[in-house]
Each structure stands twice: as structure tokens, then as C-alpha cells.
Design a protein around this ligand. Structure first.
Ligand SMILES: [Zn+2]
Length: 82
């Protein structure tokens, strides 16, 4: 697993109670990844999952039915640097 750093603001929120990991809809290559990891008996950070801090978690959660590519595009637009 990757350390908990928000995919939007890159804030390290390890000590915080808010936020969490969101698993997005799997793309075909993500199914491939899962299969490879399973066959190899490996564990790793799923390419279709990302951490979000408390500030960004709720919005990210609304998009969990999208793939990570689609969701990140929308979220980056939404939370574009002020
Ligand atoms: Zn954040």
C-alpha cells in the first residue's frame, strides 16, 4: 500500500482521523493487475485505488463508480489550485 497521501492535495494525513482509501471502478488493465498479483501471491497498492484526505474524501467518494482516470480528471478540475 502507498503511504496515505491525498491524491488531490498531496497532504500527508497519516495522523488524521478523516479521509481514507477509495477504490474506483476497475479498468480492464486493473483486472489484469489483480490477476497477476494473485498468481504471483503478491500484494501491492491497487492502481485503481487512491487516498484522499478529509477535505477531499467526500467528493472523491461520489465518483467511486467511475474509473480512477475519469474520477481524477473531475476531481482535479473541481479542486484546481486556488
Ligand atoms: Zn486532500
Amino acid at each position: 500500500m502507498k503511504p496515505p497521501i491525498c491524491a488531490i492535495c498531496y497532504k500527508d494525513f497519516e495522523d488524521r482521523k478523516e479521509g481514507g482509501l477509495i477504490y474506483f471502478r476497475k479498468r480492464p488493465e486493473d483486472e489484469e493487475w489483480r490477476k497477476r498479483m494473485k498468481e504471483g501471491g503478491m500484494v501491492g497498492h491497487p492502481p485503481y485505488a487512491a487516498w484522499f484526505c478529509g477535505e477531499h474524501y467526500e467528493e472523491a467518494r461520489k465518483l467511486e463508480n467511475l474509473t480512477i482516470d475519469e474520477a481524477m480528471k473531475i476531481l482535479r478540475e473541481l479542486f484546481r489550485a486556488k
